[in-house]
Design a protein around this ligand. Structure first.
Ligand code: PMP
Length: 285
């Protein structure tokens, strides 16, 4: 079955879908994106994803190409047309097409909208979660506005590649004060030996993950002790457990950091429980 993409008002076969070579998304990474989990054919936590999308657009002064409710309809339709039951839906909005010039285009350029969806075999995630993933650390080298979900991801691309080449699954950035900020495509967490779940506050250095925010609700409801503070790679190496969160990974246990085994070297009970319980606290639409 061929895959279908939504591109600027049309549902097209992916093989024919294209954007203009003077799209500012292509030339300047002048755009934003969202990734939502698809589970049982439903979209997970759409209201929070749409709220973050709106915030990212606002921060970059990119106009909303259509009402958020219409964007939601398009995303559902792309999922439906691609018959995705388990996977992800990707939405990208760029500032639009204009003659190449760094400053914003004069006049009213229409933002470009692209939506794709793809199936991810849930067994693959389950397999990774049963084994646990390894992370490496890399120096933080991104701009300070990582709170904006921008398509400018070159440092993240290089960090993920460094992880792969080191036989790891994810790279955690470490800031100039020696604290972990987040992963190249996920938020970073540890569980202390006292059983406290710890993650960095979202006021600086991280993208405010939707999975992170839903998990905070879950921790409260499950009465699991939680601390929002920064931690170092050394603390992570000595922690009982570690894990990462992202819409595409939910809760993924981490069993090693820079070659140091974390806890027992197996996925920890807290991470596995949170992974198992997560969708009780998620919103489906
Ligand atoms: N940080 C970064 C840098 C990311 O790319 C992602 C995934 N998009 C996350 C955190 C996790 O965010 P979410 O839970 O919304 O997927």
């Amino acid at each position: 079955m061929s895959r279908i993409a939504y591109v600027n008002g049309r549902y097209q076969d992916m093989r024919d879908a294209s954007v203009n070579i003077e799209d500012r998304g292509y030339q300047f990474a002048d755009g934003i994106y969202e990734v939502c989990e698809v589970r049982g054919g439903k979209l997970v936590d759409m209201p929070r994803h749409l709220a973050r999308l709106q915030r990212s657009l606002g921060e970059l002064r990119i106009a909303e190409p259509m009402p958020l409710s219409a964007l939601s309809v398009v995303m559902h339709e792309v999922v439906r047309r691609n018959r995705v039951q388990f996977g992800i839906v990707y939405l990208q909005i760029s500032r639009g097409v204009a003659r190449r010039d760094h400053g914003f285009p004069a006049g009213s350029v229409k933002p470009s909208v692209v939506v794709t969806a793809r199936t991810i075999n849930p067994a693959k995630g389950a397999e990774n979660a049963a084994r646990g993933i390894k992370v490496i650390t890399v120096p933080e080298n991104r701009w300070p506005r990582v709170d904006i979900k921008s398509t400018a991801l070159l440092p993240n691309v290089l960090a993920k590649q460094a992880a792969r080449e080191a036989g790891a699954y994810e790279a955690w950035y470490v800031d100039s004060d020696g604290f972990v900020t987040e992963g190249s495509s996920s938020n970073a967490w540890i569980v202390t030996k006292e059983g406290r779940v710890v993650t960095r506050p979202d006021k600086s250095g991280i993208l405010s993950g939707i999975t992170r925010s839903v998990l905070k609700d879950a921790l409260e409801a499950l009465q699991i002790r939680f601390e929002e503070r920064a931690f170092t790679p050394e603390e992570a190496a000595g922690a009982a457990e570690a894990f990462v969160t992202a819409a595409s990974m939910i809760v993924m246990p981490v069993v090693a950091i820079d070659g140091h085994t974390i806890g027992s070297g197996k996925p920890g009970p807290v991470a596995l429980r949170l992974r198992e319980q997560f969708h009780r606290f998620a919103a489906f639409s």
